[in-house]
Design a protein around this ligand. Structure first.
Ligand code: AMP
Length: 188
């Protein structure tokens, strides 16, 4: 049997203030399972990370978590994942997550999620990969980030093409379609 497509989820180690964030995280986990895809994520059992993983697992998805050893207590490593890879550094974590996925989805999150987003975006800009990068814009959470990207382009610090490397979707139904199309594109 061919191995399932792997979806890397970057998201908050906190739950955020709106219930809609946790709801979207749960729906994302369930959707990954229902589509027969594998969840790749930061292995935490807290915040939105925990919500996505618990929902994906409960619905039967394969899971791969990647965490640096030094964060295991702080982010409460989820020990019942299909696979848990422990790394020495944050950089290794990002690399292992990236290498093991076919598409990247960013749910609401903080500085860590932004760091992860900008790394895959800049790698895409440099032509190092063509994996889809999708922002799940729950309750308009990512609008300031989209405005920032537009601002960077408008002021001549990036080509307009940068905007095309990021898809913005409002809900999990639209995310599912964007992933299906993006994964199909990657197979060509
Ligand atoms: P946050 O969005 O800040 O809640 O963080 C989400 C995830 O990103 C957490 O698992 C953090 O450990 C991780 N993270 C935080 N800072 C970094 C960083 N500099 N590089 C990679 N991951 C990070």
């Amino acid at each position: 049997m061919p191995s399932p497509s792997s979806i890397c989820i970057f998201c908050g180690a906190r739950a955020g203030v709106l219930p809609a964030y946790s709801q979207a995280a749960k729906e994302t986990g369930e959707m990954i399972a229902n589509m027969g895809w594998r969840l790749v994520y930061g292995a935490g059992d807290i915040g939105l990370m925990g919500e996505v993983a618990r929902a994906a697992q409960a619905a039967g998805a394969k899971t791969l978590g990647v965490m640096p050893k030094h964060l295991m207590r702080q982010e409460i490593a989820k020990r019942d994942l299909g696979q848990l890879i422990l790394t020495e550094t944050m950089h290794e974590r990002k690399k292992v997550m990236f290498m093991n996925c076919d598409a990247i989805v960013v749910l609401p999150g903080g500085g860590g999620s932004l760091d992860e987003f900008f790394e895959v975006l800049t790698w895409r800009q440099l032509g190092l990969h063509t994996k889809p990068i999708i922002l799940l814009d729950v309750a308009g959470y990512w609008q300031p980030l989209v405005a920032l990207l537009d601002h960077v382009i408008a002021h001549g610090f990036a080509d307009g093409s940068m905007r095309g490397f990021v898809q913005v979707v409002p809900d999990v139904a639209a995310l599912t379609v964007a992933l299906q199309e993006g994964l199909q594109e990657g197979l060509k």
